[in-house]
Ligand binder design. Structure first.
Ligand SMILES: [Zn+2]
Length: 265
């Protein structure tokens, strides 16, 4: 059904492919779509959220562990995956915020950094590309940088004048942002409380409520909400269409709407 179709998901760290759009990717893999995850950095400056893993021997091998986690994610999701090779900037914390470490992804020049992604796009030739919005989905400097280079690369990949040394031009047909609707977090929060569970979303909802103008899109402690509950309460993932070279009536229920007809005809 999806033979001949190609989907590229541009993610920042290893783990982002599992918390943002994993079900969507698995669905398309099951339909025969060729799915490639592009991971910008190695996640070298990640945090250890699981207290049981907060041990020196884990910290010493963090880059290796993250590669190992990515291997597992690749197997489970059935996707292909490649690394762009940038260095994780880490999430700056404190007041005032500390400066970003030299050489990290978020300090790279956007147009220079985008060339690696242009090359990937021209090699893989995706019809549809997924990335984060201008806030990065949540305010991590690398997620915002991922957004920036994806926008440049999406617009440049089909133009023979730009990045002439990065392969044969290829124009993907659609670009989407991942979305995280506030109502989804509320629904999960309420459902967990109703089932007598402790909600991991209390703090995040507070944070969302403190941001008056944004209808959110946070990253979050996703994995603590049981899958069964997610299936019951909010069984979909949402995307915002931001670029399209095809006709497809909105709202859509398929990232390849308007594309399948063209590619598979
Ligand atoms: Zn991330």
């Amino acid at each position: 059904m999806g033979e001949g179709l190609r989907l590229m998901a541009v993610h920042e760290h290893p783990d982002d492919e599992s918390s943002k759009g994993a079900a969507t990717m698995a669905r398309y893999v099951a339909q025969g779509v060729d799915v490639l995850v592009v991971t910008c950095t190695g996640g070298e400056r990640g945090s250890v959220l699981n207290p049981q893993l907060d041990r020196p021997e884990v910290w010493e091998r963090i880059a290796d562990l993250r590669r190992h986690e990515m291997d597992r994610a690749r197997e489970i999701l059935g996707v292909r995956q490649e690394w762009l090779g940038f260095v994780d900037s880490g999430l700056p914390e404190g007041d005032p915020l500390p400066p970003l470490p030299p050489g990290c992804f978020a300090l790279e020049d956007v147009d220079v950094a985008a060339e690696r992604l242009v090359r990937s796009i021209r090699e893989f030739r995706p019809h549809v590309v997924l990335t984060y919005d201008e806030d990065g989905g949540y305010p991590h400097p690398d997620h915002i940088m991922t957004h920036k280079i994806t926008m440049v690369a999406f617009d440049a990949a089909g133009d023979p004048e730009r990045y002439p040394d990065a392969g044969e031009p290829w124009q993907p047909l659609k670009l989407y942002y991942h979305m995280w609707a506030k109502s989804r977090w509320y629904a999960l929060h309420e459902a967990m409380l109703a089932e007598g569970m402790e909600s991991p979303f209390t703090e995040m909802l507070q944070w969302l409520n403190d941001r008056p103008t944004k209808d959110d899109r946070p990253d979050g402690p996703w994995f603590r909400a049981p899958l069964e509950l997610q299936r019951k309460v909010w069984p979909t993932e949402e995307y915002e269409l931001v670029r399209s070279f095809v006709d497809s009536p909105t709202p859509e229920d398929d990232l390849f709407a308007g594309v399948s007809e063209r590619v598979c005809a």
